[in-house]
Design a protein around this ligand. Structure first.
Ligand SMILES: [Zn+2]
Length: 317
């Protein structure tokens, strides 16, 4: 996590608020005994505009910078659209969070970390190359995937997205790209409206997007079974050198913006499935990015479950 991520202020009553990262930090602190000696907290460098431009248009980057300048001038959050707001601290937070993702993936390639969890805020998976939306400014995970490719550190990347909402921004970024496979399980129909099963990629990218739309309240065993099958299909088709995960904790039961039934232990299991696949195909290289999750306590418990899996700690210790 970049320290500025917590300063991004979306204003009073906004679901994607500053307390989310505090709830995660306090849940992890309570779990210190189990995680002790197995987890290292890293404060990364901010990313450059050139890094962000690996995915985003210059016009979008400039418009985010301008609206953040306005918010700084007014001394209060400014809306980009009905859902997405920025404060004077959001530019630093957005570049810091992109930087956290880059440090994670390049650190794993360099052997500094075995795997990593990025406490990303603002989140990223709704941000398309040309548009900030759905609480997201820059697409942290897409930039990380593009950077792995640009540096020649991975030929093919698999992005697995289990946020309850469809990751339309990530899909758009790689829709015509055969080297980044996008797998998304999401509630459907639901925000942002995309993610039908017949959205499978275009041109060279045809067959390299796999959308798995799910009904509200999908039973947990069904979810896990479908997840395993979809992951196997994606891994076989992509043969990735690196696996990235967009982990939205709004897929947990009780989330105010969700409608699914998963428990933190289920995300421990999905994380283990991803790690197992990564062990078989790419030396265990996995980085998990925080996306949504709007019940702070449940999001904290979900993060503990995912980080325990990444750290090789069972759920019941
Ligand atoms: Zn979401």
């Amino acid at each position: 996590m970049h320290p500025s991520a917590v300063l991004h202020d979306t204003g009073w009553g906004h679901p994607e608020h500053q307390g989310r990262l505090r709830a995660i930090a306090s849940a992890l602190k309570e779990d210190l005994v189990a995680l002790h000696g197995r987890v290292e907290q890293v404060a990364p460098e901010v990313a450059s505009v050139e890094d962000v431009a690996l995915v985003h248009d210059a016009a979008l980057i400039e418009s985010v910078r301008e609206v953040v300048d306005q918010a700084r001038e007014f001394g209060q959050p400014v809306a980009i659209d009905a859902d997405t707001r920025v404060s004077g601290a959001s530019w630093e937070a957005a570049l810091g969070t992109v930087g956290a993702g880059l440090e994670a993936v390049h650190g794993v390639v360099a052997g500094r970390y075995r795997n990593a969890f990025v406490a990303a805020r603002p989140p990223g998976h709704h941000a398309t190359p040309g548009r900030a939306m759905g609480f997201c400014l820059f697409n942290n995970i897409a930039i990380a995937a593009a950077s792995l490719r640009a540096r020649g550190e991975a030929e093919r990347v698999l992005i697995v997205d289990w946020d309850v909402h469809h990751g339309n921004g990530t899909q758009d970024a790689f829709y015509e790209d055969a080297d980044v496979f996008f797998l998304s399980l999401h509630q459907y129909p639901h925000y942002p409206g995309t993610g039908a099963a017949n959205e499978t990629g275009r041109r060279k990218g045809e067959g390299f997007t796999l959308n798995v739309p799910l009904s509200p309240r999908t039973p947990r065993p069904d979810y896990l079974r479908v997840f395993r099958m979809a992951l196997e299909t994606a891994v076989a088709r992509c043969e990735p050198d690196f696996i990235l995960v967009s982990s939205g904790f709004d897929v947990l039961a009780g989330d105010p913006l969700g409608g699914q039934l998963l428990e933190p232990g289920d995300l421990h299991e999905t994380t283990l499935m991803v790690m197992e696949a990564a062990e078989d195909c790419c030396g265990g290289r996995v980085v998990v990015f925080l996306e949504g999750g709007y019940d702070p306590q449940r999001t904290g418990a979900g993060c503990v479950a995912v980080i325990r899996a990444l750290a090789g700690v069972a759920m019941d210790v």
